[in-house]
Ligand binder design. Structure first.
Ligand code: G3P
Length: 301
C-alpha cells in the first residue's frame, strides 16, 4: 500500500518525507486554509511549488470551480503552473459539485474528469461516498478515487443519532467498537426491559447484523467497507484506477482500509505518528537499553 500524507503543512510533509516511507501528498481547500492561517503573507504559488519539490510522488491539488468549464480550466492551470516543478501534479476533482448551496451541476465533476483524462492530465476524484460514484469516475478515466472513510462513518453514525465528539471520540473509528456501540444504543431499551440481563448479550452476531443492516447507507456500513467494495468492483473489471482511502481518523482505521486492499492511504500526520507508537514498544526499548552489558557495548567501539 502506498502512503500519502493528507496535509498542506510543509513541515509535516518534510518530516514524513524524511522517514523514507512517503509516496505522495494530498491537499484540499480546507487543508490549504489551515496552512495559510498559520502564516502571514504567504506566497501561495511558491508554497505549493515547495510542496511539489519536497516529495517525489503525486501531489493532489484541488480545483475550486463548480462547473465543468471552470474545473477543466483550473485543472489545466494547476497542471501547467505546478507540474513542471517535479512532474508530480494530480488534479483533484469532486465527483459531484451540485448542492443546495452551489450553482454546480450534478454531472459536472464527471464531465470534467473525462475532459482532463482525455487531455492526459491525471486526476484524483474526491468526495467519494459510495462505490457507484467510484465506478463512474473510473469509467471517466480518473487515476485515483478517494473514498472518504471517516466521513462515511460519520454519516452512518449520524443515522443512529451519534455525533462525533459528543457520543464517540475521533479515536473510535473501527468496525467492531462502533457497531457494538450502535447496537447497544439501538437495543438498550429492549434489554432494559429484561431486568438483570447481562448487557454483553447484545453483542450476539445476529443482533449486531440486524442493527448493522438497519443503519447502513444503502448496504455500506463503514468507510472501510466502502473501500473494500470499490476494490472488488475495480478488480472485477480490471480498472487501472487506484483506490485512495481518505478521511482517515486513526491508525486502526488505516489498518482496516489496508485489510480492505486500498492501493493508497492518505493519512493525516498525527495519525502517521500514531501508527508508530505503542506502549509495549516503549517499554521494550527501555528494558533493552537497561540490559546493555559492557561486553556487548564493547563491540560497537
Ligand atoms: O483526504 C480527505 C480529507 O482531508 C478529509 O478528511 O477528516 O476532514 O474528513 P476529514
Amino acid at each position: 500500500m502506498k502512503i500519502f500524507v493528507d496535509t498542506a503543512e510543509l513541515d509535516e510533509i518534510k518530516e514524513a518525507n524524511s522517514w523514507g516511507i512517503l509516496d505522495g501528498v494530498t491537499t484540499n481547500p480546507s487543508l490549504i486554509k489551515k496552512a495559510v492561517r498559520k502564516r502571514e503573507n504567504i506566497d501561495m504559488e511558491e508554497y505549493i511549488k515547495e510542496i511539489c519539490r519536497v516529495v517525489d510522488g503525486p501531489v493532489s491539488l484541488e480545483v475550486i470551480g463548480l462547473t465543468r468549464d471552470e474545473m477543466v480550466a483550473q485543472g489545466e492551470l494547476l497542471y501547467e503552473k505546478f507540474n513542471p516543478v517535479n512532474d508530480n501534479v494530480v488534479v483533484k476533482i469532486p465527483i459531484n459539485t451540485s448542492s443546495p448551496k452551489s450553482t454546480g451541476g450534478e454531472y459536472e465533476g464527471l464531465k470534467a474528469l473525462k475532459d482532463l483524462s482525455s487531455k492526459g492530465i491525471p486526476t484524483n476524484t474526491t468526495l467519494i461516498m459510495k462505490p457507484e460514484q467510484a465506478l463512474l469516475a473510473a469509467k471517466a478515466g480518473t487515476r485515483y478515487v478517494s473514498p472518504f472513510a471517516g466521513r462515511i462513518d460519520d454519516f452512518i453514525r449520524n443515522n443512529v443519532g451519534l455525533t462525533r465528539g459528543e457520543d464517540y471520540p475521533k479515536s473510535a473509528y473501527h468496525n467492531a467498537d462502533w457497531l457494538r456501540h450502535a447496537s447497544y444504543l439501538k437495543l438498550k431499551p429492549r434489554y432494559e426491559e429484561l431486568e438483570g440481563n447481562d448487557l454483553a448479550g447484545i453483542y450476539f452476531d445476529e443482533e449486531v447484523n440486524r442493527v448493522k443492516e438497519s443503519i447502513s447507507d444503502e448496504g455500506i456500513y463503514t468507510g472501510a467497507a466502502a473501500v473494500s467494495s470499490i476494490n472488488q468492483i475495480f478488480s472485477n473489471y480490471n480498472f487501472d484506477t487506484e483506490v485512495l482511502a481518505a478521511s482517515l481518523r486513526n491508525s486502526r482505521q488505516v489498518r482496516e482500509v489496508a485489510e480492505a486492499g486500498a492501493d493508497v492511504s492518505t493519512i493525516p500526520f498525527h495519525v502517521l505518528k500514531e501508527m508508530i507508537d505503542h506502549y509495549k514498544t516503549e517499554q521494550g526499548i527501555i528494558s533493552f537499553s537497561e540490559d546493555v552489558v559492557s561486553e556487548y557495548e564493547g563491540i560497537f567501539r
